[in-house]
Design a protein around this ligand. Structure first.
Ligand SMILES: [Zn+2]
Length: 297
């Protein structure tokens, strides 16, 4: 697999599913053009959606961060592009990308945890993607770690992603600033809404106490999450990925590993490797390419 070109556009979920799908179609056309290809040369499109997906029909059943309910993503995108489209949950597809292109040892069981706007998960069992009875498995971002904790996009409280995602960290920082706490971020950025994971890294490295505390707390929650998942699944390899890990692995990884060891059942972590994906934000698009390639063979 080789990455020939990328194009990035914002989702603009508030415009509704039809507008978002039109933007995705435009993004695909632009990416194809960026790679000096034409749509005629494309065999298929693989796409990851942030939520519960019925992979066979290609419908998004529920995507809390987009406010989507029963959206026929595959059908609509195929109509817009005139190409076969294959849809999977975004965590599953990122796990597939990491598994196929990065893990040369081909472990039988792998868990992928992707930390970005939310927290996605993907599970490879016996060398195959595991998506469960109704294709909704892997929603690790919504396991509840704190009853009555911070509100989550899914409507629950105290979900994993409401405690340890980029969104959760930004929310805590914004609240602390409102409460009068000092941080370098207010000098570094003229608009806090434009905050990115890389800004947290810069502030952390310059000794920003607020950012340090928030990042370390998130890393501890990630460690607890890993411990819970290793207790249940006992995978050979846990891969941590996504934009947050790409920016903050140096700051977070040792805390995650130590916390996971503290909280896991004795023996459950033995021999379990915890690694950071080097694909960063490209894990999803890599998995999309792997999926499309498999499905169009
Ligand atoms: Zn949730």
């Amino acid at each position: 697999l080789e990455l020939l070109g990328t194009v990035k556009v914002s989702t603009k979920a508030q415009r509704g599913p039809d507008a978002v799908i039109e933007r995705i179609a435009r993004c695909v056309r632009d990416a194809v053009d960026e790679a000096d290809l034409s749509l005629k040369e494309i065999r298929g499109v693989g796409i990851g959606a942030p939520g519960a997906v019925d992979g066979d029909a290609g419908n998004v059943i529920f995507a809390p961060n987009l406010d989507w309910h029963d959206v026929a993503l595959k059908k609509q995108l195929e109509k817009a592009l005139g190409l076969p489209v294959f849809v999977e949950n975004d965590g599953n597809i990122a796990a597939l990308g990491v598994y196929v292109t990065e893990l040369k040892s081909k472990p039988r069981h792998m868990l992928g945890i992707f930390v970005g706007t939310g927290i996605g998960g993907g599970l490879v069992v016996g060398g195959e993607l595991y998506s469960g009875f109704g294709h909704t498995a892997g929603e690790i971002g919504h396991m509840v770690l704190e009853m009555d904790g911070p509100k989550c996009g899914c409507g629950n409280k105290g979900c994993f992603e409401a405690l340890a995602s980029r969104t959760a960290m930004f929310q805590r920082i914004k609240t602390a600033i409102k409460e009068g706490q000092k941080t370098l971020l207010t000098e570094m950025l003229d608009d806090l809404e434009k905050m990115r994971s890389g800004d947290l890294r810069k502030a952390f490295r310059r000794g920003d106490k607020l950012v340090e505390g928030v990042v370390e707390d998130a890393a501890q929650y990630l460690g607890v999450g890993v411990a819970n998942l290793v207790n249940i699944l006992n995978p050979q390899v846990v891969v941590l990925g996504g934009g947050v890990m790409e920016a903050l692995a140096d700051e977070m990884l040792s805390i995650i590993v130590e916390t996971a060891k503290d909280y896991a059942m004795p023996g459950a972590m033995n021999g379990v490797e915890i690694v950071v994906s080097s694909l960063g934000d490209n894990a999803g698009i890599t998995g999309g390419a792997v999926l499309a390639k498999r499905m169009t063979k």
